[in-house]
Design a protein around this ligand. Structure first.
Ligand code: AMP
Length: 464
């Protein structure tokens, strides 16, 4: 998963992009980058790690110009090295170009091989670079047309920003997998993956970029275009927005696909309490991701809420891991139990999702060691049985515990006394939108992929 931010027409473009990216930091911590234009010249700074580590005053000051795009990387395609950090930047026959992409393209390996056969040399291993090579071969006369030409050839997920000397393009794939919102600040046009970036910089939310929409921003203003064919949405859907954004990925203070993430999570907790009631003494969240869901569970079950686990916000990645001596070290570094409220109690532990099961197993071991009498695990997402090909970093199917183990087997593996997942229907209901079943992708829970991830890209001619 990644985050993107863009601003067009503001004297403090780089500064505001830095701030916007900081509030999108939860979407990836691997690398960050900002690109700005002054006149016809692009300048890009990319750094490994989080924004505040990578960028200092000097780096921001060097990024002059009134238009910028930025990117936060969480590698879902391509390896984890600086060459894959974004914005990707190139100089081709139409001038300088920067690209920041959230999502995964389908058939990327095939595209890459075909373009290499035609002589393309890739400078990174990200799928995003395919679009740059397709743009370089496009006969479009404007940046806008070259972007549309390239995007109309690919399938998969993109919420994406392109910045050239002539303007900025923001686009969302026709399925609408990943989020992208448009706002306004001091007359400048702003784009971000999540509304929380607008809250920080004081931008006004205008609206979401629609699935299949391309927005062309120049000094003359903004133009909205719907250049792609409407895709054959399956199962009566009108688009395929990612439900996992609401479950886990987005920040609770964001509005995602038009709905409050916090409220969705609280409602999912209430529904979870109705679907999987248990007579516990205390409801505790796995912080931070399970907090809102646990609040909802506590409200609906009338079981008191408590912070039975405390999360340290000061630990980063550590290289000093004792190999044998301290078990579950990674989790202990992040979370510690409050034994005083756990000892002798029947504890309902609420988390947002169970993916591999390995984290839950360690957390439950920790809570048990702190003296809990019983541990009942409740999960605010259905069992994750299928990998995501549209930009969420889910492991291979073999690693997904629910793809091979029943609920009872999973409970035995994580060593809890009972385990309950919210149903798919319950989760969709928690978004509080009667159209939710028609608007969300739930492929990770049901294998109903909107686009077949294994289908090869059609053999259409690529311009030489
Ligand atoms: P595990 O079951 O050990 O894979 O861990 C699941 C936990 O990881 C959940 O509590 C989520 O908060 C978190 N999680 C879920 N999906 C992701 C993801 N795509 N990337 C990182 N963490 C995730």
């Amino acid at each position: 998963m990644c985050g993107v931010f863009g601003i067009y027409g503001h004297s403090e473009a780089a500064n505001l992009t830095y701030l916007g990216l900081s509030s999108l930091q939860h979407r990836g911590q691997e690398a960050s980058g900002i690109g700005t234009f002054r006149g016809d010249t692009l300048k890009v700074v990319r750094r490994q790690g989080i924004v505040s580590e990578g960028f200092n005053r000097e780096a921001i000051d060097a990024l002059a110009g009134d238009r910028a795009i930025g990117h936060i990387r969480y590698s879902t395609s391509g390896g984890s090295f600086l060459r894959n950090a974004q914005p990707l930047s190139v100089n081709y026959r139409h001038g300088d170009l920067a690209v920041a992409h959230n999502g995964n393209l389908l058939g990327a390996d095939t595209w890459r091989a075909r373009l290499e056969e035609l002589g393309a040399i890739f400078q990174s291993t990200t799928d995003t670079e395919i679009l740059i090579h397709l743009m370089a071969r496009s006969h479009g006369t404007t940046l806008r047309d070259r972007v549309i030409d390239a995007l109309s050839r690919v399938r998969g997920a993109y919420s994406i920003l392109f910045l050239g000397a002539s303007g900025m393009v923001a686009a969302r794939d026709p399925w609408g997998y990943r989020p992208l919102v448009m706002g306004e600040l001091d007359g400048a046009t702003v784009f971000a993956s999540e509304t929380c970036a607008f809250s920080l910089i004081g931008a006004r939310l205008i609206r979401a970029v629609e699935p299949g929409e391309v927005i062309w921003v120049t000094d003359r203003g903004t133009e909205s275009i719907f250049p792609f064919e409407t895709p054959p949405h399956s199962a009566g859907r009108s688009c395929s927005q990612c439900i996992f954004e609401h479950v886990y990925f987005a920040r609770p203070d964001s509005h995602m696909f038009g709905h409050s993430v916090y409220e969705t999570r609280v409602r999912s907790g209430r529904i979870l309490a109705k679907e999987h009631p248990v007579a516990g003494d205390i409801v505790i969240p796995v912080p931070d991701s399970g907090i809102a869901t646990a609040i909802g569970y506590s409200e609906a079950s009338n079981i008191p809420f408590g912070m039975g686990l405390i999360r340290s916000h000061y630990v980063g990645r550590t290289f000093i891991e004792p190999s044998q001596s301290i078990r579950s070290f990674g989790v202990k570094l992040k979370l510690s139990p409050v034994a005083d409220i756990l000892r002798g109690r029947s504890v309902v532990v609420v988390d947002d999702s169970l993916v591999r099961g390995t984290t839950s197993r360690k957390i439950i071991e920790m809570i048990r060691a702190a003296g809990a009498r019983e541990i009942h695990l409740r999960i605010g997402a259905p069992p994750v049985t299928h990998s995501c090909f549209y930009g969420i970093d889910t492991p291979t199917r073999e690693e997904l515990i629910a793809s091979s183990k029943s609920v009872e087997e999973t409970a035995r593996f994580v060593r809890c006394d009972s385990l309950g997942y919210i149903s798919r229907e319950g989760l969709l209901k928690s978004v509080n939108d009667p159209d939710a079943p028609a608007r969300f992708c739930t492929a990770c829970f049901d294998g109903n992929y909107p686009e077949d991830p294994a289908e090869e890209p059609p053999r259409v001619a690529i311009p030489e």
